[in-house]
Design a protein around this ligand. Structure first.
Ligand SMILES: Nc1ncnc2c1ncn2[C@@H]1O[C@H](COP(=O)(O)OP(=O)(O)O)[C@@H](O)[C@H]1O
Ligand SMILES: [Mg+2]
Length: 323
């Protein structure tokens, strides 16, 4: 089990700040919280934060799996839960999942196979498709599987679902179910959600209001990084000292948002002035300024309440939709 207060260091180099928030996350995972909300604007660092938190929780003995919601035009119910269970299935060459399924009640395999068709031995059953009862049985199957995983591994299990501002209602209901089931087992749910700057879909806003009003819920709000933290990140990315005036400019333009290495190292300046890896900030203020334009521009567009997709894109815009 994760012991409260045990916060080992791990994770990719270059992670800066957020130590207080990480302690809260680890404390919540090792304590009474069954659901942790991580809330912040697009590009503020939610994904990086939970990645760091997952690494530290795993180093402290937890099993952590993750799935993410996508900005789809239609709905793919339960996509992030299926993703997370798929990740569980790849742990220890599949042994962890196999052992948990063996230990769980018999119906669990059939239910989990609805999300992981690879587990299915025969053809789909007729009752696979519809009905509230069928949905509840699916949620119960997922909860039983995670509880059995926790029991088998002798550690708490955490399911992280990213970007629930894009979640379908089946996923949100499943998370409610898991958080409630977590009262009886060592299952924890962590979600990331965009801040309140743009209106959430009604079903997501309703879910957030409902869980915030409930017990066993911790909320961690991620705000802007400090100048010193941005300086630390930029220095790590540059691999050496960076002139203070460049840091001032980057900090001002990105409005405290951390930098994406993508926007940093692939600046958008006219061909012929540079290619491949960009000159670092210590070597050329031009590319740094242009990279910062990219970041700050995204932030400004978002604050201006741009169209849905653009509005969600932060400094990491060039690596796909930011959460
Ligand atoms: N604390 C941090 N230290 C270093 N880099 C960070 C930090 N937080 C975010 N970043 C970087 O900033 C970019 C945007 O962060 P990300 O986690 O994707 O934001 P979000 O999920 O909130 O949209 C990423 O390239 C990420 O690696
Ligand atoms: Mg994200």
């Amino acid at each position: 089990m994760l012991r409260p207060g045990l916060v080992p260091r791990a994770g990719p180099a270059g992670f800066v700040g957020r130590e207080g928030e990480l302690s809260r996350l680890l404390g919540a995972l090792g304590g009474d919280a069954r659901l942790v909300l991580v809330v912040g604007d697009a590009g503020v660092g939610k994904t990086r934060f939970v990645t760091e938190g997952m690494a530290r929780a795993e180093a402290a003995g937890m099993v952590m799996v993750r799935g993410e919601c996508l900005p789809l035009t239609g709905t793919l119910p339960m996509l992030p839960v299926a993703d997370a269970l798929g990740e569980l299935g790849r742990r220890s060459g599949g042994d962890l999942l196999a052992a948990a399924l063996d230990a769980a009640p018999r119906y669990v395999r059939d239910e989990v196979a609805r999300l992981l068709p690879g587990l299915r031995s025969g053809v789909a059953r007729a009752d696979d498709q519809a009905g509230e009862w069928s949905r509840e049985r699916l949620f119960a199957g997922v909860a039983e599987l995670l509880a059995a995983t926790a029991a088998r591994s002798g550690s708490a299990v955490g399911m992280v679902v990213e970007d629930i501002h894009w979640a379908d209602s089946a996923t949100l209901d499943c998370l409610t179910f898991l958080a409630r089931a977590g009262r009886r087992s060592e299952v924890r749910v962590v979600v990331t959600c965009r801040g309140d700057e743009a209106p959430l879909a009604a079903h997501v806003a309703g879910w957030m209001a409902q869980v915030r009003a409930g017990s066993g819920v911790a909320e961690i709000r991620l705000g802007a990084l400090s100048r010193a933290e941005v300086a630390g990140q930029v220095t790590a990315l540059a691999g050496g000292p960076v002139p203070p005036r460049v840091i001032d400019e980057l900090y001002a333009r990105a409005e405290g948002n951390p930098f994406s290495p993508n926007s940093w190292w692939r600046p958008r300046w006219p061909a012929g002035r540079g290619h491949g890896r960009a000159a670092g900030p210590g070597r050329a203020a031009g590319p740094a300024g242009r990279a910062a334009d990219g970041a700050g521009g995204a932030v400004r567009r978002r604050r201006a309440g741009g169209a849905d997709g653009a509005g969600r894109r932060g400094p990491a815009a060039d690596r796909g939709p930011a959460g």
